[in-house]
Design a protein. Structure first.
Length: 431
């Protein structure tokens, strides 16, 4: 460990990012040794290959190709390797425009005995793209630095971050472009719907709550779950975290207030958020009892016990190996984690195939009603009725899905996305 620490210190000592006016001199300095450094200015993408079903490796490979198509030298850096900070410092010899990371991974790395942020030390802009809620891993959302930007895929995520985790620079929302890049397959396969989702069954979650929490806290969790379940059956879109904050005040769950116990507050939001995602997933599969369905993922054993013969359950697949799942003739049924599109829906769009999504895009597309057949809520019978329409006209569903994919791509083109990142990275000097 001492050797690694000394090596990092030596690498950082010679690789602190110089002000923009000095960049040419830095690139010409004779200390450059690695081939990567000789490529000149680059964008670095931090990857983490150990996520369940390894989604980041696919996202980041696609992201690198998009960046290269926009004229960037893009490098992937694997954070599962212990020496990645040293390798980052070596890349900095040639100049780094900015570093991209998903979910804030790597943002908390510190250097030296004083514990200074790696990003402050190297003076490299770090742009954190967050596709998940801050309550799940608050530590990855907490870095505040002139060199760090937190961008969220959904407004409710950014609001929570600004309410609880931001003091110096506010988080903001960014509309993610279509990231997936893979050659479309030539044919569809099978007349069935597909659900791809890892879950923990709500009954099992409730049992864990009962074992873990004292009685008042368990009752608070169960009360929140019941309110949320009732609301999603009645309202087109329910903002989970606004409901939870209101409940804490209305029912005087004073020990869950952020000022009383920040970690308990985050845990309350995280647990109920995950609970409702899994509850909605089970509800969707249950609503499809009359339709042929293939379910891929972990945690479906309890549901499978009472499922009809039309339903087939299989293990989940790594994202890199799962493209064929999207080519069933009836398409994928995707339960979004928030108001915006989930990456499964985006991948279906990239492949030109059909989908049904629980996203609510009324804030993003004023004419979204034109694409009503692609989206569903959890009112009684709604999903089953939408599925019946798809089964009656799967080719029509795919065509509307393609039209919407074209609209989305033209609205949130990748070049605009990269321009936004460029402006953020350059604004470091103005902070």
């Amino acid at each position: 460990m001492g050797i690694l620490k000394r090596a990092l210190h030596e690498a950082f000592a010679v690789s602190r990012r110089r002000p923009a006016a000095d960049q040419v001199g830095a690139r010409d300095a004779p200390r450059r040794k690695s081939g990567a450094a000789q490529q000149g200015m680059c964008v670095v993408i931090l990857n983490w290959r150990r996520g369940e079903n390894d989604p980041f490796s696919v996202f980041n490979s696609c992201l690198r190709e998009h960046l290269r198509a926009c004229g960037k030298n893009a490098e992937l850096l694997e954070t599962a390797s212990d020496d990645w900070p040293q390798r980052l410092a070596e890349l900095a010899h040639g100049g780094i425009e900015f570093v991209l990371t998903w979910q804030g991974l790597g943002s908390q790395v510190k250097v030296g005995d004083s514990g200074v942020s790696l990003w402050d030390h190297l003076r490299i802009p770090l742009i954190c793209l967050h596709g998940d809620h801050p309550s799940h891993m608050p530590l990855n959302h907490q870095l505040e630095s002139r060199y760090c930007y937190h961008l969220y895929s959904d407004a409710d995520f950014a609001r929570y971050s600004n309410r609880h985790l931001r003091w110096l620079r506010g988080a903001s929302v960014i509309d993610l472009p279509q990231l997936h890049r893979e050659l479309p397959l030539a044919r569809t396969s099978g007349n069935h719907f597909v659900v791809a989702k890892n879950i923990t069954h709500p009954v099992d979650t409730e049992r864990l709550w009962k074992e873990k929490f004292d009685e008042p806290t368990f009752n608070a969790y169960m009360a929140a779950a019941e309110v949320l379940k009732r609301q999603i059956a009645e309202v087109r879109y329910v903002e989970t975290h606004d409901v939870l904050d209101a409940l804490i005040i209305e029912r005087d769950f004073h020990w869950l207030r952020p000022e009383a116990n920040g970690p308990a507050h985050h845990q309350f939001h995280s647990q109920l958020d995950k609970y409702m995602r899994h509850y909605k997933s089970v509800a969707a599969v249950t609503a499809l009892r009359e339709f042929p369905l293939r379910v891929y993922g972990r945690g479906w054993e309890r549901t499978a016990q009472s499922a009809p013969p039309l339903h087939v359950f299989a293990p989940g697949l790594n994202m890199a190996d799962s493209q064929e799942l999207y080519y069933s003739r009836f398409g994928i049924v995707d339960i979004s984690a928030s108001k915006g599109l989930h990456d499964r829906t985006r991948r279906a769009m990239a492949n030109g195939v059909g989908f049904l999504s629980s996203a609510n895009l009324e804030d993003s597309f004023p004419d979204i009603a034109r694409y009503d057949r692609l989206f569903f809520a959890f009112g009684e019978h709604e999903l089953a009725e939408k599925c019946a329409d798809v089964a009656a006209d799967p080719d029509g569903q795919r065509e509307v899905a393609r039209q919407f994919a074209d609209l989305y791509h033209s609205t949130y083109h990748f070049k605009r996305f990269v321009k936004h990142l460029d402006l953020l990275a350059k604004s470091v000097a103005e902070f």
